[in-house]
Design a protein around this ligand. Structure first.
Ligand code: ADP
Length: 259
């Protein structure tokens, strides 16, 4: 039996097909989120990749910021619950999740069954989110995927004192103009995200194992800065951006295996 989870975020659209509740049959990511062609494109891609049709899928669960705009979904589940289930499936020893997406950050405490115990979220400002990193990468004329390698080359990480994205933007521009090296700036930018997210993590309580999920988890510069900031190892799955969609597929399986 096949089920699907679709995660429509602010920055990207993700879809996962699960076979018999255990096997990842297909997955797709499109770097365009709600209100764009992203949701249609991710569906087209996953159906093409898997060779399956809508009628082959027993249940579809939608999650993410844009979940209510998905007509194809049979039901909706919050992204907090979905990330928890998806991470529990991949990394069962994780008890604290730091999910950094395109426009919000969540620190989530989960139990040994992948259920949510508590969470804190920042969805009020861009500081500490993927949006902050996107703005900074744009100033430095780098692709978002280059931040990790640039941060690794840093000799003396720059200090970015403004937490507000708008002020931090001018700070980076003036440091760039005064000759600070790009790797040092990138390391400072990654550190700034880690500092913001660490304060949210401390509010929820840092219980090991700790992992990062969401698109920003792919940035090793932020993962390393977070590990130093919290003094713990940061676990990570290379499918970090798809784990909300995976969790949604797990909920879809639970629903269809009951009926
Ligand atoms: P949402 O679910 O809110 O749409 P995601 O979890 O997909 O957000 O995260 C989007 C963010 O992930 C982007 O804003 C970007 O900063 C970051 N990101 C996307 N791809 C990469 C990559 N290859 N390397 C590093 N960061 C990335």
């Amino acid at each position: 039996m096949y089920v699907m989870g679709i995660d429509i975020g602010s920055a990207s659209s993700k879809a996962v097909i699960l076979k018999d509740g255990r096997e990842l049959a297909a997955s797709a990511v499109v770097q365009a989120g709600t209100g764009t062609s992203g949701p249609d494109r991710v569906l087209k891609e996953i159906f093409e990749q898997s060779g399956l049709k809508r009628s082959d899928i027993a249940c579809i669960t939608g999650t993410g910021y844009g979940r209510y705009s998905l007509e194809i979904a049979d039901k909706q589940v919050s992204e907090i619950s979905c990330h928890a289930k998806g991470i529990h499936f991949m990394l069962p020893n994780v008890r604290t999740i730091l999910d950094i997406g395109g426009q919000d950050v969540k620190a989530i405490a989960i139990d040994e069954n992948g259920n949510v115990n508590n969470f804190f979220m920042n969805d009020k400002c861009a500081a500490g989110t993927g949006r902050f990193l996107d703005v900074m990468a744009n100033i430095l004329k780098l692709d978002i995927s280059q931040l990790e390698t640039e941060a690794a080359k840093a000799v003396k990480p720059a200090s970015i004192s403004s937490t507000c994205t708008v002020f931090a933007e001018s700070e980076v521009i003036s440091q760039l103009a005064s000759g600070t090296d790009i790797p040092d700036l990138v390391a400072g930018i990654c550190q700034s995200v880690a500092t913001r997210v660490a304060s949210l993590a401390k509010r929820v309580g840092v219980r090991e194992e700790v992992c990062m999920s969401g698109g920003v988890a792919q940035n090793g510069g932020v993962r390393n800065a977070m590990a130093k900031e919290l003094g713990v190892e940061i676990y990570y799955d290379k499918r970090a951006q798809e784990l909300g969609a995976l969790g949604a597929a797990i909920y879809a399986y639970g629903k269809s295996s009951q009926s």
